[in-house]
Design a protein. Structure first.
Length: 266
């Protein structure tokens, strides 16, 4: 069941659908999606960064199957941390991924605005919020000065705090948006209001449902009215370059999500 090239947007999913490395996943998905989100990470214990040979193969697969890649920058990049050294280290991680993926056809770089591991930004005082957004500005200056990429290629993702907090930073640097509808539904933000305000700036949407108190499940677990609201906006405001990513991580979730999406094909 393929949804490739059948919507007024680029239909995609993550690079971890079957229990295998990135290349087998891309080979499995290449004729079923238009875009694949590369979830890349590197730590002292484990790294999934592709080799130069793998990167060449990813580029070949993209050319053969009209694929693009949305690159999720490292989750352990804390661009709003109050410590200069942590921010510089975080920017360095992002720059390494950008350089690694330089030769790939990319739809977007997805990035998180976070302060540190386990830090709840919702509990910040006004002064802490100013430190956080000031740190983001410093990190973004370093990132954009160091990468040679247009600012609009970077898509800030809404997380578990109100997006309004970082919106002035996004506007100041002319960034784009990753509108994560799964997060909106999971954390109780008003999906309709976010669509009205941010969809025009969104190069990427992340879509996933909630099951047993956990997100990143099949679209079959998303409230039907929320999904219908998203799809009505996407058909009303079509953009052939916008990416609709099923941010899920199993074959069964991909199959059931694709079945849900088939209902929206005319």
């Amino acid at each position: 069941m393929s949804c490739k090239q059948r919507f007024p947007f680029r239909f995609g999913t993550s690079s971890y659908i079957i229990p295998a490395d990135i290349i087998p996943n891309v080979e499995y998905l290449r004729e079923r999606v238009d875009d694949i989100e590369l979830v890349l990470f590197e730590s002292d214990e484990f790294s999934n960064l592709p080799s130069p040979e793998d990167m060449q193969r990813l580029a070949e697969l993209a050319g053969e199957s009209a694929l693009t890649y949305s690159v999720h920058l490292p989750l352990d990049s804390y661009l709003g941390n109050p410590d200069d050294a942590v921010r510089k280290q975080s920017v360095g991680k992002c720059l390494r991924i950008i350089e690694l993926t330089r030769t790939l056809p990319k739809s977007a770089y997805v990035l998180h605005f976070e302060s540190g591991p386990g830090v709840d930004i919702n509990g910040f005082s006004e002064s802490q919020k100013r430190v956080f957004t000031g740190g983001l500005r410093e990190s973004l200056r370093m990132l954009l000065d160091g990468c040679g990429e247009p600012a609009s290629n970077f898509c800030a993702e809404n997380l578990n705090y109100p997006f309004e907090l970082v919106w002035p930073v996004i506007e100041e640097f002319a960034l784009s948006v990753t509108l994560d509808v799964g997060h909106l539904e999971f954390y109780g933000f008003p999906t309709g209001a976010y669509l009205e305000r941010y969809l025009s700036r969104a190069k990427v949407l992340h879509m996933h449902g909630t099951l047993d108190g956990k997100d990143h499940n099949s679209l079959a677990c998303m409230k039907p009215e929320a999904l219908e609201l998203v799809m009505s906006h996407l058909y009303r405001y079509p953009d052939p370059n916008r990416v609709f990513t099923l941010e899920i991580f199993s074959e069964s979730d991909f199959e059931s999500s694709s079945a849900v999406m088939h209902r929206f094909l005319s």
